[in-house]
Design a protein around this ligand. Structure first.
Ligand code: E4P
Length: 221
């Protein structure tokens, strides 16, 4: 499963890149506002930090297809690894279809059920992003939607990658991986949580303490 960070904060992205496990970044207007920098400058900086093998999604904000396509053309012109994030509305799907025909990669966002996801796949989306945490918040089962989309993708051999979004805790990451989601995008806090375990820390301390009991001349370092 590819691991994406859901953030527009450059220091968080740099840290994850240094850990050697980052496959991409997703942003949205809320995250872009939190970054407190010019949008284009920030997306370009992210695209450089993550490198050409990873992608960054930059969201369009217009509500009509024609304007969405124009924004998609603009954001994807900033760097070769930028995708246009487009909301799953009728106008959004129309825009995604046009982008597909023009060779512009897209991430269909704000997907809350499997029918929306199916339509995004049919429109040729590069990624489809079910918001599982927000679905859970609404009293439904977000992971079930991810599962359905993975199944639908396999049934019809869609090229679209299923991107589990709105991840709220480590269990979401494990379940998404078990289901076979192509990608999981998560806040930096969760990426940090899934790396760490208290038993790793206590185990390491014990090993290092015991190492010190070996006489110095008998240790290579
Ligand atoms: C995904 O692309 C979205 O930016 C994100 O996952 C939304 O997460 P939230 O529901 O925690 O805001």
């Amino acid at each position: 499963m590819k691991i994406f960070l859901d953030t527009a904060i450059l220091d968080e992205i740099r840290a994850a890149v240094a850990w050697g496990i980052l496959d991409g970044v997703t942003t949205n207007p809320t995250l872009a506002a939190r970054a407190g920098r010019a949008f284009k400058e920030n997306i370009v900086a992210i695209s450089e930090i993550i490198g050409s093998q990873a992608t960054v999604s930059a969201e369009t904000v217009s509500l009509e297809a024609e304007a969405m396509v124009r924004e998609a053309e603009l954001v994807t012109s900033w760097a070769p690894n930028v995708l246009a994030k487009i909301p799953c509305t009728p106008e959004g799907l129309k825009a995604v279809r046009r982008c597909t025909e023009a060779g512009i990669p897209t991430n269909v966002t704000l997907v809350f059920n499997a029918t929306q996801g199916l339509l995004a796949m049919k429109a040729g989306a590069t990624y489809v992003s079910p918001f599982l945490g927000r679905i859970d918040d609404a009293g439904q089962n977000g992971m079930e939607v991810v599962k359905q989309l993975v199944h639908i993708k396999q049934n019809y051999d869609f090229a679209t990658e299923v991107l589990a979004a709105s991840i709220r805790h480590p269990l979401h990451v494990i379940e998404a991986a078990l289901i076979g989601a192509d990608i999981a995008t998560m806040p930096f806090k969760i990426l940090t949580q899934i790396i760490k375990h208290p038993l790793t820390d206590t185990g390491l301390k014990r090993f290092l303490d015991d190492w010190q009991t070996i006489p110095e001349g008998l240790r290579p370092f």
